[in-house]
Ligand binder design. Structure first.
Ligand SMILES: Nc1nc2c(ncn2[C@@H]2O[C@H](COP(=O)(O)OP(=O)(O)OP(=O)(O)O)[C@@H](O)[C@H]2O)c(=O)[nH]1
Length: 411
C-alpha cells in the first residue's frame, strides 16, 4: 500500500490539504506539523512520497526536505516564495518538484501532482540514447518521479526491448543514434503500439530545426530540446503520462457496465472475436439469466431490481475469478471459462447455480431469494453469433425445463 507524508505547520493550510487529499488520493496519509514530528513518523513508517513545507518553526532553512531526502523519500516541496538561489538549492538537493503557495489553486495542484506521481509507481519507462551521461541524467529524473527505468544505447536495442516488454509505457528517444535513429524507432514502434498504449517523447540537441514536428508526425506525443530544465522535463513527462492515463480511463469506462462494474457487451464481443480467431478450442461459454426477474422489479421497484443485479454481479465475479465475466443484457450475464471440457464447465455452473439459489439478496433491510438458468456451449464454432446462438438455445431449454438449472448445447 502506498503511503504519503504531508508536512505543513499552518493549521489552515493543513486543513485545506487534508480536504483535498481525501478527495483526490486513495492512499494512507500521515500529517506532521514539525521537523520533530516528521522525524518520529519517518522512524515508524515507509513513505512512497512526501509533500513538505520548506520552512517550519523548528526547521527554518529547509532541514525537513534534507531529512526526507536523506531517507530516500521522493519529495515535493511547498514553498511560499522562490528565487533563483533557492530554486537551484532545491534542485541540487534532489527534490522531485516544487509548488509555490501563492493561491488556493496551488494546493490543488500540489495534491494532483502527488496523485500523478503515485500513479507512476510501478510504471516502466525506457530511455533510448547513445550518450551514457544523458541516460544517467534522465534516469535520475525519472526515478525521482517513481518510474522503473530501463536503458537502450541505440534504436535497435530499444525496439527489441519494447517488443519484449509490453509493460513499458513511456519511451524517451534521442534522434541521433547508431543502427536506427529516433525517427525510425518511433515509426517502427507505432506499427505495433498505438498512442493509447505507449507514450513517446522525442529528444534532440539544440539547433536541430524541424525535428520536433517530424518526431510528432512519426507518432511521438511530445518533444524536448536538450539541454532542458529540470522543471520542463518534469512537466512534459507528467503531461504526456496524464494523456496516456486519461485514454486508459476512458477505455476502461467504455468497457464497463455502469451499474455492476462488470465488462459490458461491447467489450465481451471484442474479446470473444479475439478468442474465436486465436484459440477457440480452449474456451467454453456460459450464458446465465436471472429467473422471473420481472417479478422482482414489480415487487421491489426498478431500484430494488438494480440492487439484486449488483449483488449478482459481485457473486459472479468472486465465483469465477479466473474467467471473463460480463453483463451482456438486462438480467443476462456471460462467463467465458478456460478449458473445453463441457462436463467440467457444467459442474462449475451447477456449483454456482446452487450458491446463487442459496444466497440472500438484500434490498434495504428486506431479504429475498432468486434463481438463475444457465446455457453452456463450446467456443469452437465459426463465428460469435454461432457460439452465442448455441449457448442461447441451451439457456432456452433450461428456461423451458423448470428454470434454476444448467443445460449444455450438444451441437
Ligand atoms: N432493475 C432492472 N431491471 C432490468 C434491467 N434491465 C432489464 N431489466 C428488467 O428485466 C426484466 C426481464 O424480464 P423478462 O425478459 O420477462 O424475463 P424474466 O422476468 O426474468 O423471466 P425469465 O427470464 O423467463 O425467467 C424486465 O422487467 C426488464 O425491465 C436493469 O438494468 N435494471
Amino acid at each position: 500500500m502506498q503511503r504519503v507524508l504531508i508536512v505543513e505547520d499552518s493549521k489552515v493550510v493543513q486543513q485545506i490539504l487534508r480536504h483535498l487529499a481525501s478527495q483526490h488520493l486513495d492512499v494512507e496519509i500521515d500529517f506532521a506539523w514539525s521537523l520533530k514530528e516528521t522525524q518520529a513518523l519517518l522512524e515508524s513508517q515507509h513513505y512512497t512520497l512526501a509533500l513538505v513545507d520548506l520552512t517550519l518553526p523548528d526547521a527554518s532553512d529547509g532541514e525537513v526536505v534534507q531529512l526526507t531526502l536523506s531517507r530516500n523519500v521522493p519529495t515535493v516541496v511547498l514553498t511560499s516564495k522562490i528565487d533563483e538561489y533557492s530554486r537551484q538549492q532545491m534542485l541540487e538537493m534532489g527534490v522531485v518538484d516544487y509548488v509555490i503557495k501563492d493561491n488556493r489553486d496551488s494546493y490543488l495542484y500540489a495534491i494532483k501532482l502527488v496523485s500523478r506521481l503515485l500513479r507512476n509507481e510501478g510504471c516502466q519507462a525506457l530511455i533510448a540514447d547513445d550518450s551514457m551521461i544523458s541516460r544517467a541524467v534522465m534516469r535520475q529524473m525519472l526515478e525521482k518521479q517513481l518510474f522503473t527505468v530501463f536503458e537502450a544505447q541505440d534504436g535497435e536495442q530499444a525496439l527489441n526491448m519494447l517488443n519484449a516488454k509490453p509493460e513499458i509505457k513511456l519511451l524517451l528517444t534521442d534522434y541521433a543514434m547508431p543502427t536506427m535513429d529516433g525517427f525510425e524507432l518511433v515509426k517502427a514502434v507505432r506499427n505495433s503500439r498505438g498512442r493509447d498504449d505507449l507514450a513517446i517523447i522525442g529528444l534532440s540537441g539544440a539547433g536541430s530545426h524541424g525535428l520536433s514536428a517530424k518526431f510528432i508526425k512519426y507518432g511521438a506525443n511530445d518533444f524536448l530540446t536538450k539541454p532542458f530544465m529540470n522543471e520542463e522535463f518534469h512537466c512534459r513527462v507528467m503531461q504526456t503520462m496524464d494523456q496516456l492515463n486519461l485514454i486508459a480511463d476512458i477505455k476502461e469506462y467504455a468497457h464497463r457496465d455502469f451499474l455492476t462494474g462488470l465488462y459490458n457487451r461491447r467489450y465481451f464481443c471484442q474479446h470473444m472475436d479475439k478468442v474465436l480467431k486465436n484459440k477457440p478450442d480452449q474456451f467454453t461459454l456460459a450464458l446465465l439469466d436471472l429467473d422471473h426477474f420481472k417479478a422482482i422489479n414489480d415487487e421491489y421497484g426498478h431500484l430494488g431490481g438494480d440492487k439484486v443485479l449488483s449483488q449478482a454481479a459481485e457473486l459472479l465475479n468472486s465465483s469465477f475469478n479466473h474467467c471473463l465475466v460480463a453483463r451482456v443484457g438486462g438480467e443476462e450475464f456471460a462467463v467465458l471459462m478456460p478449458g473445453n471440457d463441457l462436463s467440467v464447465a457444467k459442474d462449475s455452473c451447477q456449483d454456482f447455480r446452487e450458491r446463487f439459489a442459496n444466497t440472500q439478496f438484500m434490498i434495504q433491510d428486506q431479504a429475498l431469494h432468486c434463481t438463475l438458468s444457465v446455457g453452456i456451449a463450446r467456443c469452437d464454432k465459426a463465428t460469435l453469433s454461432d457460439v452465442m446462438r448455441a449457448a442461447d438455445n441451451a439457456l432456452y431449454q433450461a428456461k423451458e425445463a423448470q428454470r434454476n438449472c444448467v443445460m449444455v448445447s450438444e451441437s
